[in-house]
Structure formats: C-alpha cells, structure tokens
Design a binder for this molecule. Sequence first.
Ligand SMILES: [Zn+2]
Length: 371
Amino acid sequence: MSHFRFRCTECGVFYEESKTRLTCTACAVAQQPGGVLRGVLEVVLDQLPAAWPAAHVASPEFLQAFLPVPSTEFLPAISVGGTPLLAVPHLRRAFGMTNLWVKDDTRNPSGSTKDRASLLVVAKALEYGCETIAAASTGNAATALAAIAAAAGVRAIVFVPATAPEAKLVQMQSYGAVVMPVEGTYDQAFELCLEACREFGWYNRNTALNPFTIEGKKTAALEIAAALTPDEPDAVLVPTGDGVILAGVAKGFADLKRCGILRRTPRLIAVQPEGSAAIVNALRSGAETITPVRHAASVADSLTVETPRNALQCLRVVRASQGAGITVSDSAILRAIADLARLTGVFAEPAGATALAGLRAALEEKLVGRD
Ligand SMILES: [Zn+2]
C-alpha cells in the first residue's frame, strides 16, 4: 500500500490518518444526534495499481495493493471475499436476460458481505493496538465483527436490537462476542454504541462512521470488475439499508476508474424495502437529504433503518452514476428468496434477495434493459 489520507465526502478537506478520527471536523458541526452522518470520510490512496495484480482477488497481496493496510501482517487469518460471480443460466432464462450475474456473498465466513468491512476494520484495530472493537448492527455487521475478531483474537462488543433474529444472536455469541441486546431500534443501538466508545475508548466499527467500513466493502466491486474483464458491468443492483454497501461498491468502481483499469463505472441502483425506503424516497423526489421513516419495518430486517446513516454519500454516488432507486414489497422479497434459491442454488436471507426483487421491479419500470 501507498500512503493514504482521509477526504471529507461533503467538503473535500483532507485529513491525515488517525485512529480516533471518524468524521470531518467542519461538517460534523451540523451533526444532529440520531440524524444522517455529516462529514463522512473516504480513504484516498496516493497510489493504486495500474493493472490487475497477479495475485488472487482475495489474497493478502491483492488486498494490500488496494486497501489502506501497511503490510499483510495485520490482516486476520480468515478467508474473506473472493466469492463467485455466478452466471446463473436458469435465472437468465426466467428473466429473459443474457448478461445477468449474481454475486454470491453468502460464501463469506459469517454468511454476509459485512465480513469485508470487518476484515479491514479489525486489521486497522490490530495495527493501532486496539484490543476492543465495538459496533452497532441490525445483526449482520455484529456477526461479521464477531467472526473476524475471533479469528484475530481481539474482543468484540456488539449492540443489537433485542428483536434481531435469534439465529444471528446465537451466531455472534458463539464467536465469543459480548452481545448487548438493546431494547430499542437499530438507530438507538447506534447512538448507544457511539457513547460507549467515547466513554470506554473502544475502537468504533459503526458503519459509515468508521471510514474503513466503506473502504472494506469496495472489494466486492473489485471482484465483480475482475471477474467480468475484459467486459465492464453496466448496472449493479445493491440492497440498501444505511447506504454503506452501496457507497463501498461505488468506491471500488471509482478507484478502478481512477487508476485506469475500468474505462467507465456502472449505474448503481439502490433497492430498499417499501417499509424502509428513506434513501429511495429521496432519490425519487430529487431531495438533497432524506426524511427519516417513522416505524421502519420490513421482512428484510438487515435493511430496516429509520435514518440511513450514510444517506448523503449514497444519494451523491447513485446520482453521479446516472443510477436510480427502487422499492420492493415484502411479498416481492419473499418471492425473490424462492426464485433465487430455485433458479440459482443460492439461498439468501431477505436482505440479500431484495436485490433480485429490485431487478424484477427495475425491468418493469425500464430502469435496466434486458440486454
Ligand atoms: Zn467536511
């Protein structure tokens, strides 16, 4: 890796790397407690590879070339990413699409794409000498942190709504995480975790607030682009809650364009459940910011959020990509779980299958072409 700095995604000011810096000082002045995050920082590497490294996409050497880690020694010894981009012939036939791929991130160690963010955050915590890492989560980010922390031998403390699915609670406890069930929403768990990190000096993995969460998730985009070479993706549908996976995917493609590996970046389509659609509502109305959804609810528990923390950056990157937003009903999500399983062999939780439900809706609205 080369040297890197943080850049504010709102005002563009640069900051030197620091383990305690989370957001831009100037923009965070406008921060409302519980509101969308102001002054979210992105990682800007001084140097990116000019061509695909020879190493496998999930190898420590590949990760070191694209991520802000000084050496491979701090990367936890657990295999994250390198998941297949499936050609899905039966799904293609069912949808009448000849160039459709499914990125199967269920193959990550804890079962979700959140492992990508946790890998980098835990690597940075090890580099900084932090032994306790905390996160608030609807479930998957906490499970991912618990898994990667277990591999690295550091302590994870996770704040999750007490209503999180029992299977996820069992899984994060099995990895040895300290689980704090919060009698409240994910939004309240986020605030509680923030206060606890301030009080006790824990390293904060809260999504978007920690710039390495977005940076870690960019590896999904790197892998998509690498798998399609010499072709380039036209559009990517991303299940969206807080907007961090989408921002991470956008960052990956932006880095590849910056270093000349990609000629253009794909259109990004944010897919949200109807009952938790603050970002898509803003995309559709043209609003500059989001209006929180009161009593957000969906069968896709991992996407259910009243105030998407990374909304501002998410709106910017979707619009910059000439992309769009789309909402799907809970029944469409449940149908997509069955379609995906039956036609591809991939069994996804509701949040993952939301992407396929979104594709069906996007075809109907002609937001994507069948070619
Ligand atoms: Zn700023």
